[in-house]
Design a protein around this ligand. Structure first.
Ligand SMILES: [Zn+2]
Length: 431
């Protein structure tokens, strides 16, 4: 059938159009795939689930690594139609409870992908912040802001990705001769977490739109700089639009294995490649051949090192879990400035909840989520940035990575409040 389409496409422009559109739908590769949530209620069930997950090479959505599968905690996995036909009876036999979160992933991908929204909403001016944007669209949006808001926005590149794409950062804030502290924000370390880049753009939009009218925003932009990197893992993000919607890692090649990419949030030089990271290049939590092996990680680490005295807060945006996490990630221990960080987190999640009632859990990443080594948040903290946070945005698994576009606005609105709260905290002295 596909071959026939291709032949026809050579003669009929209509079919050419169809083919072009089809490339956005990932060649129908998720047809019949499911997302399943399993809950092992005892040790034996957890062990069985671990083995099955590895044996069937399923795509683990939650938790981040097979090693975290434990009794009582839910496990979200994406399975192909064929695998699910074998796996589900296995689960039943082993008495492991499961529910189907998404019954046809292809349909869910098409619904969420924004293809139904008209393309012209994506072009400038009239840029929509309530749809997901491709890398090219986000980059031209940055160019546009750099030109149209040169008083508050300055765009620059901190290096090049593995595939040679520029790594753009926006510096936001009123230019000043006097020294100003700064906040770093990055989104899209993990490619498939599309709500992240949508939030980074939302933040910039809100800042520019409310600078004149909101005294808190005015104070923030007058007294601080914000370094905002809307997409850290540019190659991976691009790949998640063109080839695999559920790609997580970078796109670097491995000399010995056929698998591509490194987990850009396990590649930092802080207890590198220890617990919660994998040495296997085919795993989603692969730590890379050495710390900062990924040009994207190296470029950000270099920038943060260079500005470590100026940058007082490091904020990284992920999905999904609805959590606000702070160090440490790599060990169970209390950070020296715990009380200041904890109260900032407490206030931030309360502010977030006040908007739509969405509750976020908060706490040290190790005990709230799981132990993971080589993360950017721990690295930033260890390198002298006193407030380091990682947000795990909406939701808690109903849509997972396929958060619908109509939830971009509520998610970003509430997150905005949390971020403003943390930022205002910086401007006060914490005792
Ligand atoms: Zn992530």
């Amino acid at each position: 059938m596909r071959k026939l389409h291709r032949k026809v496409a050579a003669f009929l422009p209509f079919w050419l159009l169809f083919e072009q559109a089809a490339s956005y739908l990932y060649d129908n590769r998720y047809a019949g795939d499911k997302v399943i949530r399993a809950v092992p209620d005892n040790e034996a069930a957890a062990k069985t689930l671990k083995n099955l997950t590895q044996q069937f090479k399923v795509d683990l959505w939650q938790p981040g690594s097979v090693s975290y599968i434990s009794k009582g905690a839910f496990v979200d996995v994406r399975v192909s139609r064929n695998t699910s036909q074998i796996l589900l009876p296995y689960l039943q036999q082993a008495n492991i409870q499961y529910t189907v979160l998404i019954s046809d992933l292809q349909k869910a991908v098409e619904k969420q992908s924004g293809l139904k929204s008209s393309r012209n909403r994506r072009s400038l001016p009239g840029y929509s912040y309530e749809i997901y944007h491709s890398l090219e669209e986000i980059q031209s949006w940055m160019y546009h802001l750099n030109k149209s808001h040169s008083d508050l926005v300055h765009m620059f590149s901190i290096g090049k990705s593995y595939e040679g794409r520029p790594l753009f950062v926006l510096k936001l804030g009123r230019r000043s001769q006097v020294y100003k502290k700064a906040v770093w924000m990055d989104c899209g370390i993990h490619a498939r977490e599309w709500i992240g880049p949508a939030f980074c753009q939302w933040f910039v939009k809100e800042a520019l739109q409310t600078y004149q009218t909101d005294p808190a925003m005015r104070r923030m932009l007058n007294q601080l700089y914000f370094y905002i990197m809307p997409i850290l893992n540019v190659d991976g993000y691009h790949f998640s639009w063109t080839h695999d919607r559920f790609w997580r890692k970078t796109r670097s090649k491995n000399s010995r294995f056929r698998c591509y990419g490194v987990d850009a949030n396990r590649n930092w030089k802080v207890k590198w490649c220890d617990e919660g990271a994998s040495i296997h290049p085919c795993d989603d939590t692969y730590c890379g051949p050495f710390p900062e092996s990924e040009p994207e990680v190296k470029a950000v680490a270099h920038f943060l090192r260079k500005h470590r005295k100026q940058i007082k807060a490091y904020l990284s945006f992920h999905a999904y879990a609805q959590m606000l996490l702070y160090p440490y990630s790599y060990k169970y221990a209390t950070i020296p400035n715990f009380s200041c960080v904890e109260s900032a987190a407490f206030n931030a999640v309360n502010a977030l909840q006040s908007v739509y009632g969405i509750r976020y859990r908060y706490g040290p990443a190790s005990s709230t989520l799981y132990v993971s080594s080589g993360s950017s948040m721990d690295w930033a903290y260890k390198n002298g940035i006193p407030y380091a946070f990682a947000f795990e945005l909406r939701d808690t698994g109903h849509f997972g990575f396929l958060l619908p576009e109509n939830l971009i606005k509520p998610t970003c609105t509430e997150t905005m409040l949390a971020v403003k709260n943390i930022t205002m905290h910086l401007l006060k002295k914490c005792h």
